[in-house]
Design a protein around this ligand. Structure first.
Ligand SMILES: Nc1ncnc2c1ncn2[C@@H]1O[C@H](COP(=O)(O)OP(=O)(O)OP(=O)(O)O)[C@@H](O)[C@H]1O
Ligand SMILES: [Mg+2]
Length: 243
């Protein structure tokens, strides 16, 4: 259970095993983690140690083999709930409402404009009917985010016509459109050159300061890890420097 008031998300004794072709791979070995409200937490570790696996479990994109994920978000009905025990539909709602995601390869939909990509999580959150009636307001919000990340003038472009850095800015705007409590970022600058990556670092720091959302960033980029309030290192399926 969370021990301090500013802990928003608390993973306990997480294990994850993958089984394929009769082989069992033990990736997480009873890992504990507290995520604090509003912090930037970076997670580093060698390739294959299980960083993406952990992020996928925390973000409810995959289920742990065992362990708990106790969440204390803004939704009172979730207070102290073990998300790991929820059904798939409830997990999808929590994911959409409480969490944002930024991936190395952006995962933008190529057939939608940048603005439509940013609006997509809002459409899922509100449902088609309510989304339609609130479209102007939500578009204004999405445009505000695109302005904040510096690519408002690209809002009608398909993502395929943006540079890597611009795509990541669009993905960050999309991650923020539902006012998430936690933004999970997996190698957000892994596909960008150093200068572009540094601009993304500045942007994340600025957004974190302005929004109060927690950012959990998995990275090999030591400069990016350096902007974090806290840095944890994974080895052998656990954190080696406590949590
Ligand atoms: N779906 C899967 N089935 C079987 N094994 C998997 C699966 N996904 C990941 N693994 C294994 O789990 C281990 C951890 O993978 P993971 O992607 O979490 O590592 P990572 O720390 O993110 O590495 P990188 O820094 O290279 O991204 C690896 O040994 C990988 O081969
Ligand atoms: Mg990874």
């Amino acid at each position: 259970m969370p021990t301090s008031d500013d802990v928003i998300y608390c993973a306990r004794k997480l294990t994850k095993e993958y089984r394929s072709s009769g082989v069992v791979v033990h990736v997480l070995m009873g890992l504990n983690l507290d995520i604090h409200r509003g912090e930037i937490l970076s997670i580093v570790g060698h390739s294959g140690v299980g960083k993406s696996t952990l992020l996928n479990l925390l973000g409810l994109l995959d289920a742990p083999t065992s362990g708990s994920l106790v969440y204390r978000g803004r939704d009172e009905s979730l207070a102290g709930a073990d998300l790991a025990k929820m059904d798939i539909g409830s997990k999808a709602r929590v994911r959409n409402r409480e969490f944002g995601f930024v991936f190395q390869f952006y995962h933008l939909l190529p057939d939608l404009s940048v603005l439509e990509n940013v609006l997509l999580p809002a459409m899922i959150l509100h449902g088609r009917g309510a989304f339609r009636s609130r479209r102007r307001e939500l578009e204004a919000k999405a445009e505000g985010l695109l302005d904040r990340v510096g690519i408002l003038e690209r809002k009608r472009f398909p993502p395929t016509r943006l540079s890597g850095g611009e795509r990541q800015r669009a993905a960050i705007a999309r991650a923020l459109v539902n006012d998430p409590q936690i933004v999970f970022c997996d190698e957000p600058t892994g596909n960008l050159d150093t200068v572009t990556g540094e601009k993304i670092h500045d942007l994340m720091r600025e957004l974190n300061g302005g929004l109060g959302a927690s950012f959990v960033i998995v990275t090999h980029d030591l400069d990016l890890a350096g902007i974090a309030h806290r840095k944890l290192t994974m080895r052998d399926g656990v954190f080696v420097d406590g949590e």
